[in-house]
Design a protein around this ligand. Structure first.
Ligand code: G
Ligand code: G
Ligand code: MN
Ligand code: NA
Length: 255
């Protein structure tokens, strides 16, 4: 119960910060987009990672307030990068499943878009398939409304759960992010992983989806993903998540 009060306080007193992990375009090697990831600068416990507080925040629904804070910050950041450096960088936010049970979600997002004057095409929302397992029709409708606002929609952690191909047909995704556990098996000969990933990427691209590989750490993984025509790579081989200043420096180095 203490941590619930701590989370409320943390939002008010700006204890949360965001880091940004670059996604590298495998054709141009430029940085067109990034994923925002939250960190908590806790006054007593130091820097906390999401694994230490997100599930509790989800259980208590405080995740709604956290993610709204993240969304607003990200929109401001996108606008700042555009206006100050003339850089159009698409930035994604992670949305927990709880949001899709909220009736006024779209209204709230519209308000943030207006307040921050953000170009919505530069905003991306990442959802995992746990969202899709809920009331399907209403989730589909909500995703379609987000798309009508010109927001980019991604399916995160593909390959981790059931990962039905049908999700990719039924819901209006722009991008699929292949889970890092799946990617890290790519060089493992026993598991047919290489073949499965190659075919999966080909299928996704034939469906018109943009494909991002997450958790890429080695040159072997990178070379295979290039061969399979994966669009973008996010992983430690290029960069860990970076502060805003380090991120913009990184973007400049990759022009
Ligand atoms: O940041 P790390 O690099 O440890 O992220 C771990 C996980 O925490 C991510 O995969 C994501 O699912 C979750 N996460 C990170 N930032 C956010 C956020 O702003 N909102 C939500 N809901 N989840 C986040
Ligand atoms: O939302 P999601 O779970 O997809 O967030 C991505 C997570 O993966 C974050 O925790 C991020 O820090 C982590 N990550 C990003 N790149 C790498 C990588 O190359 N290797 C590993 N092990 N983790 C990574
Ligand atoms: Mn994510
Ligand atoms: Na992700």
């Amino acid at each position: 119960f203490l941590i619930q009060n701590d989370i409320r306080k943390a939002i008010q007193s700006e204890q949360f910060t965001l880091v940004f992990q670059p996604k590298v375009n495998l054709e141009t090697y430029q940085i067109d987009s990034a994923e925002s990831l939250i960190r908590w600068n806790h006054p007593k416990w130091g820097l906390l990672k999401p694994i230490e507080f997100i599930s509790l925040a989800e259980e208590t629904n405080l995740i709604l307030d956290i993610d709204k804070w993240v969304l607003k910050k990200v929109c401001e950041q996108i606008t700042y990068w555009k206006e100050t450096y003339n850089k159009s960088i698409r930035v994604s936010v992670n949305f927990s499943a709880q949001h899709f049970l909220q009736r006024n979600l779209i209204e709230q997002i519209k308000e943030i878009l207006e307040d921050t004057n953000v170009d919505p095409t530069l905003l991306e929302i990442e959802v995992t398939e746990t969202v899709l397992l809920r009331s399907k029709d209403s989730v589909k409708q909500t995703l379609e409304q987000l798309k009508e606002l010109n927001i980019h929609i991604s399916l995160d952690d593909y390959g981790k759960g059931y990962s039905s191909i049908n999700y990719l047909r039924e819901f209006p995704f722009d991008t699929v992010k292949i889970d890092k556990a799946f990617i890290q098996e790519i060089t493992c000969p026993q598991k047919h992983s290489r073949l499965i990933i190659e075919s999966t990427i080909a299928l996704m691209k034939n469906l018109g989806l943009n494909v991002v590989a997450e958790g890429v750490e080695t040159i072997e993984q990178l070379n295979l993903l290039k061969e399979f025509k994966c669009d973008e790579v996010q992983g430690f081989i290029f960069s860990k998540p970076l502060s805003t200043n380090d991120f913009i420096r990184y973007v400049d180095k990759h022009k």
